[in-house]
Ligand binder design. Structure first.
Ligand SMILES: [Zn+2]
Length: 408
């Protein structure tokens, strides 16, 4: 999720207290601010170093070829603008994990992390990799919103007329609440795709359900969310269930860990979360969706956090891992991670600090590595069975990062 706008609103109110604002609007940590390291964001976005859609497709093709049959790449759909949506599958194990990235088009750290994971799993011949691939099947969707990606923005690129052309029964219905006429300063309409999911995976959009509300399920109105849903359903039919679904994102650039952790004050690297399903840990959903298991999501998230800390050490900036903003009442039933969790999957949200254009290349490299290590740690914990033995309550021991400054 993109919390940049909300974060900047919150920061604007707090500027006199904690921030110096440089000419041109770039924000710097003020001298004497508690914590470690400054937070500088660029107002002149640089997209150097991020793979665009054509480059991702090319890299997937190369990975498939050099893997000599180990990695299988398939086209599973097309965006409104005709860009291909792809899965890359590796491993033959009976536990399956689906990992997607860049559903918000300008959040691409996970894309690079997934390409690195696929490259390694497709070519490494050591015993540990072989064992991993016998235990787990990884299905990666490295870039699920390329139309948004090409515009360097969060939303995809589809008009309401185009939506109605896809779903003629919606003629005359109000626009879905999560469809906008513009975003990120670009006057082209589109969806926040991460509100377009419904736990009823057979759901067909109904005019009477529109426009809907933030706390309710979405409507599968866009080709990207339909493609992700179809991949999920195909895996569920093949494996009986999809063990885990992981969604890779970016968040605000300047959040710091709080709450008494040993990294207090340090800029957060990765925030993790389980599904935001309202009060009492999704209790309202459990009668209709008995497979919902919030604890399993927390165990997978914990496996990621533990793996990152083990790889880099508790004091490393790369291991400044915390819990994503998640007050008890937070409710987004239309997010993919919520819909798939109600179908029995453990689902984990990764958020790395900073939008893709906020930070320098050195930080990009560190964050890509942190995400990659987190995803690899979950896969390893699936393969070994460790993820089943963790105590999900330990997830709550992870630090947060100043949730009291947030408004929703
Ligand atoms: Zn996002």
């Amino acid at each position: 999720m993109n919390r940049r706008n909300r974060t900047r609103l919150a920061l604007a109110a707090a500027v006199p207290l904690i921030l110096g604002v440089a000419p041109g609007g770039a924000s710097y940590a003020a001298p004497g601010e508690p914590g470690q390291g400054s937070c500088k964001t660029a107002d002149d976005p640089s997209w150097e170093g991020w793979s665009n859609h054509a480059e991702v497709v090319h890299q997937l093709d190369q990975i498939e070829q050099t893997s000599k049959g180990r990695v299988q790449v398939d086209k599973v759909g097309e965006t409104q603008k005709g860009r291909g949506l792809y899965t890359a599958r590796v491993g033959t194990g009976d536990r399956v994990i689906l990992v997607q990235s860049a559903i918000h088009g300008n959040e691409r750290t996970g894309t690079e992390a997934l390409l690195g994971i696929l490259r390694d799993l497709g070519s490494s011949n050591d015993a540990a990799t072989q064992q991993l691939l016998q235990s787990v099947t990884l299905v990666a969707m490295p870039m699920v919103n390329p139309d948004g990606g090409e515009l360097n923005r969060r939303r995809n690129d589809i008009s309401w007329d185009e939506v109605v052309a896809r779903h003629p029964q919606l003629a005359g219905a109000p626009r879905a609440w999560y469809h906008s006429l513009q975003s990120d300063g670009i006057n082209l309409p589109g969806f926040d795709l991460n509100r377009d999911f419904n736990p009823d995976l057979d759901y067909v959009p109904q005019p009477g359900d529109l426009p809907g509300r933030q706390e309710d399920a979405g409507f599968f109105l866009s080709p990207e969310s339909e493609a992700i849903r179809d991949v999920y359903v195909g895996l569920r039919d093949e494996f009986g269930m999809v063990d885990a679904v992981v969604d890779l994102h970016h968040m605000g650039p300047c959040d710091r860990l709080t709450g008494g952790s040993e990294q207090d004050g340090r800029l957060i690297s990765v925030a993790l979360d389980y599904p935001p399903l309202g009060v009492n840990d999704g209790a309202a959903y459990k009668a209709q969706w008995p497979l919902l298991d919030q604890d399993s999501s927390r165990r997978y998230a914990l496996a990621a956090a533990n793996g990152i800390k083990a790889a880099y050490g508790n004091q490393s900036p790369a291991a400044a891992v915390g819990r994503y903003f998640h007050p008890d009442a937070r409710e987004f039933a239309g997010q993919g991670r919520s819909a798939f969790a109600m179908n029995g999957s453990a689902t984990v949200l990764f958020e790395v600090r900073g939008q893709a254009d906020d930070l320098g290349q050195k930080l990009h490299g560190m964050l890509i590595q942190s995400v990659r290590t987190g995803v690899e740690s979950m896969i390893a914990a699936m393969a070994s069975g460790e993820v089943d033995t963790l105590d999900g309550d330990d997830f709550f021991e992870l630090p947060d990062y100043g949730w009291d400054t947030e408004s929703d």
